[in-house]
Ligand binder design. Structure first.
Ligand code: PDD
Length: 278
Protein backbone atom coordinates (compact mmCIF):
# COMPACT_ATOMS: atom_id res chain seq x y z
CA UNK A 1 0.00 0.00 0.00
CA UNK A 2 1.15 3.50 -0.80
CA UNK A 3 0.61 6.11 1.93
CA UNK A 4 1.11 9.86 2.13
CA UNK A 5 3.25 11.62 4.75
CA UNK A 6 4.01 15.36 4.63
CA UNK A 7 4.05 15.80 0.89
CA UNK A 8 5.49 12.41 -0.02
CA UNK A 9 3.94 9.23 -1.40
CA UNK A 10 5.73 6.23 0.12
CA UNK A 11 5.35 2.48 0.57
CA UNK A 12 3.76 2.01 4.03
CA UNK A 13 6.87 0.21 5.28
CA UNK A 14 9.01 3.27 4.57
CA UNK A 15 6.66 5.88 6.01
CA UNK A 16 7.44 7.22 9.48
CA UNK A 17 6.56 9.93 11.99
CA UNK A 18 8.74 11.25 14.83
CA UNK A 19 8.39 9.78 18.34
CA UNK A 20 8.00 13.42 19.47
CA UNK A 21 4.95 13.93 17.29
CA UNK A 22 2.25 15.56 19.41
CA UNK A 23 -0.37 13.28 17.90
CA UNK A 24 1.52 10.35 19.45
CA UNK A 25 2.37 12.01 22.80
CA UNK A 26 -0.73 14.15 23.46
CA UNK A 27 -3.43 13.01 21.01
CA UNK A 28 -2.95 16.56 19.71
CA UNK A 29 -4.35 15.72 16.29
CA UNK A 30 -7.54 15.68 14.28
CA UNK A 31 -8.74 13.22 11.66
CA UNK A 32 -11.29 12.48 8.97
CA UNK A 33 -12.52 9.27 7.38
CA UNK A 34 -13.94 9.56 3.86
CA UNK A 35 -15.58 6.57 2.24
CA UNK A 36 -14.95 5.41 -1.30
CA UNK A 37 -17.61 3.73 -3.42
CA UNK A 38 -16.95 2.66 -7.02
CA UNK A 39 -13.61 4.41 -6.72
CA UNK A 40 -15.36 7.70 -5.96
CA UNK A 41 -14.94 9.78 -2.80
CA UNK A 42 -18.20 10.30 -0.90
CA UNK A 43 -18.89 13.76 0.57
CA UNK A 44 -15.28 14.93 0.31
CA UNK A 45 -16.41 18.55 0.56
CA UNK A 46 -18.17 17.98 3.90
CA UNK A 47 -15.14 16.23 5.37
CA UNK A 48 -12.80 18.99 4.18
CA UNK A 49 -15.00 21.68 5.74
CA UNK A 50 -15.24 19.82 9.05
CA UNK A 51 -11.46 19.24 9.05
CA UNK A 52 -10.83 22.98 8.63
CA UNK A 53 -13.22 23.66 11.51
CA UNK A 54 -11.56 21.08 13.81
CA UNK A 55 -8.13 22.59 13.09
CA UNK A 56 -9.43 26.09 13.70
CA UNK A 57 -11.04 25.14 17.03
CA UNK A 58 -7.67 23.82 18.22
CA UNK A 59 -5.70 26.79 16.95
CA UNK A 60 -3.83 24.67 14.42
CA UNK A 61 -2.96 26.07 11.05
CA UNK A 62 -4.41 24.27 8.05
CA UNK A 63 -1.28 22.97 6.31
CA UNK A 64 -2.94 21.82 3.09
CA UNK A 65 -5.41 23.45 0.74
CA UNK A 66 -8.71 21.75 -0.05
CA UNK A 67 -7.63 21.31 -3.67
CA UNK A 68 -4.34 19.64 -2.70
CA UNK A 69 -6.10 17.48 -0.15
CA UNK A 70 -8.57 16.29 -2.78
CA UNK A 71 -5.68 15.53 -5.11
CA UNK A 72 -3.93 13.42 -2.42
CA UNK A 73 -7.16 11.54 -1.68
CA UNK A 74 -7.70 10.82 -5.39
CA UNK A 75 -4.10 9.79 -5.97
CA UNK A 76 -4.14 7.31 -3.06
CA UNK A 77 -7.45 5.84 -4.24
CA UNK A 78 -5.93 5.50 -7.71
CA UNK A 79 -2.53 3.98 -6.85
CA UNK A 80 -4.01 1.63 -4.26
CA UNK A 81 -6.85 0.66 -6.61
CA UNK A 82 -9.56 1.27 -4.04
CA UNK A 83 -12.97 0.47 -5.39
CA UNK A 84 -14.74 0.28 -2.03
CA UNK A 85 -13.07 1.42 1.13
CA UNK A 86 -11.91 4.43 3.09
CA UNK A 87 -9.35 7.19 3.09
CA UNK A 88 -8.03 8.03 6.57
CA UNK A 89 -6.52 11.46 7.10
CA UNK A 90 -4.78 12.71 10.23
CA UNK A 91 -3.20 16.07 10.96
CA UNK A 92 -1.28 16.55 14.19
CA UNK A 93 0.24 19.73 15.56
CA UNK A 94 3.59 18.27 14.55
CA UNK A 95 6.78 16.95 16.10
CA UNK A 96 8.36 19.18 18.72
CA UNK A 97 12.01 18.63 19.74
CA UNK A 98 10.94 17.39 23.16
CA UNK A 99 7.84 16.52 25.19
CA UNK A 100 6.19 19.77 26.30
CA UNK A 101 2.56 20.46 27.24
CA UNK A 102 2.90 23.97 25.81
CA UNK A 103 2.10 24.15 22.10
CA UNK A 104 5.23 24.64 19.97
CA UNK A 105 5.80 27.83 17.98
CA UNK A 106 3.85 27.26 14.72
CA UNK A 107 6.66 29.07 12.86
CA UNK A 108 9.10 26.33 13.93
CA UNK A 109 6.95 23.22 14.15
CA UNK A 110 4.75 22.35 11.19
CA UNK A 111 1.75 19.99 11.34
CA UNK A 112 2.20 16.35 10.40
CA UNK A 113 -0.13 15.25 7.61
CA UNK A 114 -0.73 11.52 7.13
CA UNK A 115 -3.14 9.78 4.78
CA UNK A 116 -3.69 6.11 4.01
CA UNK A 117 -6.37 4.00 2.39
CA UNK A 118 -8.24 0.97 3.68
CA UNK A 119 -9.59 -1.49 1.15
CA UNK A 120 -13.09 -2.73 2.16
CA UNK A 121 -14.63 -4.79 -0.61
CA UNK A 122 -18.33 -5.38 -0.03
CA UNK A 123 -18.73 -2.27 2.15
CA UNK A 124 -21.92 -1.15 0.43
CA UNK A 125 -23.45 -4.62 0.27
CA UNK A 126 -22.94 -5.41 3.95
CA UNK A 127 -25.92 -4.75 6.22
CA UNK A 128 -25.33 -6.08 9.70
CA UNK A 129 -28.22 -5.91 12.18
CA UNK A 130 -26.44 -4.35 15.15
CA UNK A 131 -26.80 -5.06 18.85
CA UNK A 132 -25.77 -2.25 21.16
CA UNK A 133 -25.26 -1.77 24.87
CA UNK A 134 -25.36 1.53 26.74
CA UNK A 135 -22.42 2.89 28.72
CA UNK A 136 -21.60 6.19 30.44
CA UNK A 137 -20.31 8.93 28.20
CA UNK A 138 -17.15 10.02 30.01
CA UNK A 139 -15.47 11.71 27.03
CA UNK A 140 -14.33 15.32 27.10
CA UNK A 141 -16.79 18.14 26.33
CA UNK A 142 -15.71 19.00 22.78
CA UNK A 143 -16.89 16.00 20.81
CA UNK A 144 -17.72 18.32 17.93
CA UNK A 145 -13.97 18.45 17.24
CA UNK A 146 -12.83 15.28 15.52
CA UNK A 147 -9.70 14.57 17.58
CA UNK A 148 -7.83 11.28 17.76
CA UNK A 149 -8.62 10.89 21.49
CA UNK A 150 -10.27 7.56 20.78
CA UNK A 151 -9.29 5.47 23.80
CA UNK A 152 -12.70 5.58 25.46
CA UNK A 153 -14.63 4.88 22.23
CA UNK A 154 -12.22 1.99 21.71
CA UNK A 155 -12.87 0.72 25.25
CA UNK A 156 -16.60 1.11 24.60
CA UNK A 157 -16.33 -1.20 21.59
CA UNK A 158 -14.48 -3.73 23.74
CA UNK A 159 -17.17 -3.53 26.46
CA UNK A 160 -19.78 -4.12 23.75
CA UNK A 161 -17.84 -7.09 22.43
CA UNK A 162 -17.45 -8.57 25.90
CA UNK A 163 -21.24 -8.29 26.31
CA UNK A 164 -21.87 -10.07 22.99
CA UNK A 165 -22.90 -6.83 21.26
CA UNK A 166 -21.47 -4.82 18.36
CA UNK A 167 -21.29 -1.27 19.65
CA UNK A 168 -22.01 0.97 22.62
CA UNK A 169 -24.34 3.97 22.85
CA UNK A 170 -23.06 6.65 25.17
CA UNK A 171 -25.27 8.15 27.89
CA UNK A 172 -24.83 11.56 29.46
CA UNK A 173 -27.25 13.11 31.99
CA UNK A 174 -29.75 10.39 31.15
CA UNK A 175 -29.73 10.97 27.40
CA UNK A 176 -28.04 9.19 24.52
CA UNK A 177 -25.31 11.32 22.93
CA UNK A 178 -23.99 9.10 20.11
CA UNK A 179 -22.39 5.74 19.36
CA UNK A 180 -18.67 5.09 19.85
CA UNK A 181 -18.04 6.16 16.26
CA UNK A 182 -21.41 7.08 14.78
CA UNK A 183 -24.51 9.24 15.14
CA UNK A 184 -27.65 7.51 16.42
CA UNK A 185 -31.37 7.64 15.61
CA UNK A 186 -34.61 6.05 16.73
CA UNK A 187 -37.85 5.78 14.81
CA UNK A 188 -41.30 5.96 16.43
CA UNK A 189 -44.57 6.01 14.48
CA UNK A 190 -42.61 6.83 11.32
CA UNK A 191 -40.84 9.80 12.91
CA UNK A 192 -37.03 9.91 12.92
CA UNK A 193 -35.68 11.18 16.24
CA UNK A 194 -32.03 12.19 16.65
CA UNK A 195 -30.12 14.40 19.07
CA UNK A 196 -29.61 17.99 17.91
CA UNK A 197 -26.16 19.36 17.10
CA UNK A 198 -24.04 20.85 19.91
CA UNK A 199 -20.54 20.38 21.34
CA UNK A 200 -21.79 17.09 22.84
CA UNK A 201 -21.61 15.13 19.58
CA UNK A 202 -19.69 15.00 16.35
CA UNK A 203 -21.53 16.76 13.56
CA UNK A 204 -21.62 13.76 11.25
CA UNK A 205 -21.23 14.31 7.54
CA UNK A 206 -23.33 11.21 6.92
CA UNK A 207 -25.92 12.54 9.40
CA UNK A 208 -26.27 15.76 7.42
CA UNK A 209 -26.70 13.85 4.15
CA UNK A 210 -29.14 11.31 5.56
CA UNK A 211 -31.33 13.97 7.21
CA UNK A 212 -31.38 15.89 3.92
CA UNK A 213 -32.47 12.75 2.03
CA UNK A 214 -35.09 11.96 4.71
CA UNK A 215 -36.49 15.44 4.38
CA UNK A 216 -36.58 15.18 0.59
CA UNK A 217 -38.46 11.89 0.99
CA UNK A 218 -41.04 13.72 3.18
CA UNK A 219 -40.06 11.75 6.28
CA UNK A 220 -40.72 13.45 9.59
CA UNK A 221 -37.62 14.40 11.62
CA UNK A 222 -37.40 15.55 15.23
CA UNK A 223 -34.05 16.75 16.56
CA UNK A 224 -34.14 16.25 20.32
CA UNK A 225 -32.61 14.25 23.15
CA UNK A 226 -33.91 10.76 23.91
CA UNK A 227 -33.26 8.25 26.69
CA UNK A 228 -32.15 4.66 26.34
CA UNK A 229 -35.61 3.56 27.60
CA UNK A 230 -37.29 5.53 24.82
CA UNK A 231 -34.88 3.93 22.35
CA UNK A 232 -35.69 0.45 23.68
CA UNK A 233 -39.38 1.14 23.11
CA UNK A 234 -38.92 2.62 19.65
CA UNK A 235 -40.09 0.84 16.50
CA UNK A 236 -36.57 0.82 15.12
CA UNK A 237 -33.14 2.36 15.51
CA UNK A 238 -30.07 2.92 13.37
CA UNK A 239 -26.77 4.74 13.20
CA UNK A 240 -24.80 6.58 10.55
CA UNK A 241 -21.10 7.11 9.81
CA UNK A 242 -18.80 7.40 6.83
CA UNK A 243 -17.64 3.83 7.34
CA UNK A 244 -21.06 2.22 7.93
CA UNK A 245 -23.40 4.54 5.96
CA UNK A 246 -26.79 3.70 7.54
CA UNK A 247 -26.79 0.65 9.81
CA UNK A 248 -29.88 -0.83 11.50
CA UNK A 249 -29.82 -1.44 15.26
CA UNK A 250 -32.03 -4.34 16.35
CA UNK A 251 -31.22 -4.74 20.03
CA UNK A 252 -30.44 -2.29 22.86
CA UNK A 253 -29.21 -3.59 26.24
CA UNK A 254 -30.64 -7.01 25.46
CA UNK A 255 -34.08 -5.77 24.41
CA UNK A 256 -35.13 -6.45 20.82
CA UNK A 257 -36.68 -3.51 18.97
CA UNK A 258 -39.97 -4.02 17.16
CA UNK A 259 -39.92 -7.51 15.62
CA UNK A 260 -36.14 -7.75 16.04
CA UNK A 261 -35.38 -7.28 12.35
CA UNK A 262 -33.80 -4.25 10.64
CA UNK A 263 -36.40 -1.48 10.32
CA UNK A 264 -37.88 -0.19 7.08
CA UNK A 265 -36.89 3.43 7.63
CA UNK A 266 -33.25 2.45 8.23
CA UNK A 267 -33.15 0.18 5.19
CA UNK A 268 -34.85 2.75 2.99
CA UNK A 269 -32.47 5.53 4.09
CA UNK A 270 -29.50 3.26 3.48
CA UNK A 271 -30.74 2.54 -0.01
CA UNK A 272 -31.33 6.22 -0.76
CA UNK A 273 -27.93 7.17 0.68
CA UNK A 274 -26.09 4.57 -1.45
CA UNK A 275 -28.12 5.45 -4.57
CA UNK A 276 -27.36 9.13 -4.18
CA UNK A 277 -23.68 8.47 -3.44
CA UNK A 278 -22.98 6.07 -6.29
N1 PDD B 1 -16.31 8.06 12.99
N2 PDD B 1 -19.72 10.35 15.99
C1 PDD B 1 -18.48 9.92 16.26
C2 PDD B 1 -18.02 9.91 17.68
C3 PDD B 1 -17.65 9.47 15.21
O1 PDD B 1 -16.41 9.05 15.49
C4 PDD B 1 -18.14 9.47 13.88
C5 PDD B 1 -17.28 9.03 12.72
C6 PDD B 1 -19.46 9.91 13.66
C7 PDD B 1 -20.07 9.96 12.26
O2 PDD B 1 -19.50 11.00 11.49
P1 PDD B 1 -19.40 10.87 9.90
O3 PDD B 1 -20.77 10.60 9.42
O4 PDD B 1 -18.90 12.18 9.49
O5 PDD B 1 -18.47 9.74 9.60
C8 PDD B 1 -20.21 10.36 14.73
C9 PDD B 1 -15.38 7.66 11.95
C10 PDD B 1 -16.04 7.03 10.78
C11 PDD B 1 -14.30 6.81 12.56
O6 PDD B 1 -13.87 7.15 13.65
O7 PDD B 1 -13.86 5.84 11.94
Amino acid sequence: RTVYVNGEYLPETEASVSIFDRGFLFADAVYEVTSVLNGKLIDFEGHAVRLARSLNELGMENPISKEDLLEVHRELVRVNEIDEGLVYLQISRGADSDRDFVFPDPEKVKPTVVLFTQNKPGLAATVKPMKVISIDDIRWGRRDIKTVQLLYPSMGKMMAKAAGADDAWLIEDGFVTEGTSNNVYIVKDGKIITRGLSNDILHGITRAAVLRFAEEAQMEIEERNFTIEEAQNADEAFFTSASAFVMPVVEIDGKALGNGAPGNVALRLREIYLDESL
